[in-house]
Design a protein around this ligand. Structure first.
Ligand code: NDP
Length: 533
């Protein structure tokens, strides 16, 4: 929480005062302030920050910052008053005529302190000063306010790393988000039946303002091997459609959510659904902005998709070496991992995406396997004659029409939100199921009533399950990270790690129903083309 005010004194100087409460002892904050060199990593707007002289109680530091479009340079002399946890500074040389002030850390409540900053500055160009001073004040204030918030996060990161070394971190956290407006509204109604229904635009606007937050604890999962891990459910308040409007805003929410997990000393965080897509693709590496390990969970998800498809093909007597398999989202992280496996097994592998160049790169990466590989961006056409379809595209809303599939096809929908607009009973001649799902060794129980899209309490998304498996194994690491890096070895490794603790492929599930043998019997009569000889 920060407080601020600014004013100008009789000599025309701009004066700014900021105060930021932090949940740390003052010696931690003061020690951080003294090590100026690492300030450069705090904000992209800090271009330079280095010691010119570094004596015990006095430094000379060179600064260069981007004041939101204006480059500002100065060299400042600092004087350290350790007994009062204060650092005074003044510019000896630089763009501003006057730039001076003081940082001070004040003890507040037990275990928390206030970082305070007083700054006084003067442009030194009177004719310009009165034209730009208001804007200059705003920008300097914004710079230091952001810096203080980042100082808090960096100290939190240091504390997390120390706790990790001391063995004090444990468990896991999952980042959840709602699939669409209807899902979000349903959640509000479940939590409070009195909730009124405003316009979609108004509600999404308010939702956009909401920060990421801890929603509830997740009760312990018990492994037959005697292990037990607990977790946290952290909500990122966005729906995938918001990414198309403001990707940076959504990225900030994912970052905030990871920081909540870090503050809770969790061992590993799973970025579920679109949080991983934003977290990986925004252009900044979230792993450099937090100390807590983060995983997309895509390795385990892909391992479960592959096993599910192989099992379905086996049950329906589909001969893979004669089959055509289509992957929607074939250039994506999960899609390309599945492609690695099936390029060695099927006759024809067809990859669909938007960007042909990315699809071609995936094809090149797959090399010469058994399959003849083709790529394309036409959905309906791509499904022609496909015996098996894996739908793993990051559609922001459900897009694929089930009428495009050939009779008797096996269709695995991995997407969240779902890729396929399927209602129970729509096409009796298809085997459609939700892919990438895991069967847990015990119930997945949240501390609140939330609809996360799965109605069975022992079935969970592969991405979340990956974090639980990692926590069970005590492997606090960013296990899955970076598009296209999943290997078959890692898929096998994480699957085996899960098996040790009773995690396995979930039964075939569609909407709210687990498929029965009767469902397989029903589809069997249509799977003539690729039947095992
Ligand atoms: P990526 O961002 O890595 O890949 C997305 C793929 O979808 C890319 O190939 C992309 O192609 C393609 N795509 C996106 N939009 C379209 C479109 N309009 N038409 C055709 N292709 C499109 O995503 P992930 O692999 O990480 O995730 C894929 C899906 O899986 C998501 O829905 C995600 O929420 C879900 N998921 C499910 C899990 C589960 O447990 N079931 C776990 C984790 C994720 P291009 O590059 O050309 O745009």
């Amino acid at each position: 929480m920060s407080k601020e005010h600014f004013s100008s004194n009789p000599n025309g100087n701009i004066q700014i005062f900021l105060s930021h409460e932090m949940p740390f002892k003052r010696r931690h904050i003061f020690a951080f302030l003294l090590d100026v060199a690492h300030f450069k990593n705090l904000l992209p707007t800090i271009r330079q920050c280095r010691f010119v002289e570094n004596a015990d109680n006095a430094h000379l530091v060179e600064w260069e910052i981007d004041l939101y479009g204006i480059p500002l340079k100065w060299i400042e002399r600092t004087e350290i008053d350790r007994s009062n946890f204060a650092i005074a500074f003044h510019s000896e040389k630089g763009d501003l005529k006057t730039f001076e002030g003081e940082w001070q850390v004040i003890e507040s409540a037990e275990g928390s302190s206030k970082l305070q900053l007083k700054v006084e500055l003067n442009l030194g160009i009177p004719l310009l000063s009165h034209l730009v001073r208001a804007e200059l004040e705003q920008r300097v204030q914004k710079h230091f306010k952001t810096l203080m918030a980042e100082i808090e996060q960096a100290i939190q990161g240091d504390i997390y790393r120390r706790n990790l070394k001391k063995g004090l971190v444990k468990g896991y956290a999952v980042l959840g988000h709602h699939a669409n407006y209807e899902h979000l509204m349903g959640y509000f109604k479940t939590m409070d039946a009195e909730t009124q229904v405003p316009s979609k635009e108004f509600l999404l606007g308010l939702f956009d303002l909401s920060p990421s937050h801890l929603s509830c604890d997740i009760k312990p999962i018990h492994s037959p091997a005697g292990k037990e891990v607990s977790g946290y459910w952290i909500t990122c308040p966005f729906i995938p459609a918001m990414m198309e409007v403001d990707l940076e805003r959504v990225f900030v929410k994912v970052l905030e959510a990871c920081r909540v997990a870090q503050k809770m000393n969790t061992g590993v965080v799973a970025l579920g659904g679109f949080t991983s897509i934003v977290g990986e693709q925004y252009g900044k590496d979230i792993r450099e902005l937090v100390s807590v390990p983060v995983t997309t969970g895509n390795t385990y998800t892909a391992a479960l998709v592959v096993r599910g498809v192989l099992k379905a093909a086996e049950k329906l007597n589909v001969k893979l070496d004669q089959a055509k398999l289509t992957i929607v989202g074939g250039s994506g992280d999960i899609g390309s991992a599945c492609a690695k496996v099936f390029s060695k097994k099927v006759r024809h592998l067809h990859l669909i995406g938007r960007n042909i160049e990315r699809l071609e790169k995936t094809k090149e990466m797959l090399g010469d396997g058994y399959a003849h590989i083709t790529v394309g961006n036409d959905l309906a056409e791509g499904f022609t004659n496909s015996d098996i379809v894996i739908a793993a595209a990051s559609f922001t809303s459900t897009t694929i029409d089930p009428k495009w599939f050939k009779s008797g096809a096996i269709v695995c929908d991995v997407g969240y939100p779902k890729n396929i607009a399927y209602r129970l009973g729509d096409r009796q001649d298809l085997l459609i199921f939700a892919g990438g799902l895991c069967w847990l060794p015990s119930k997945f129980e949240l501390g609140l009533k939330a609809d996360y899209g799965l109605k069975h309490d022992q079935i969970l998304y592969g991405c979340f399950s990956e974090a639980i498996v990692l926590a069970m194994a005590g492997r606090y690491e960013s296990y899955s990270w970076g598009r296209g890096k999943i290997t078959e070895e890692k898929m096998d490794e994480i699957y085996a790690m899960g098996e040790k603790h009773g995690f396995k492929l979930a039964p075939f599930l569609i909407t709210e129903r687990i498929l029965s043998e009767a469902d397989f019997d029903r589809v069997r009569q249509f799977t003539k083309v690729c039947e095992k000889s």
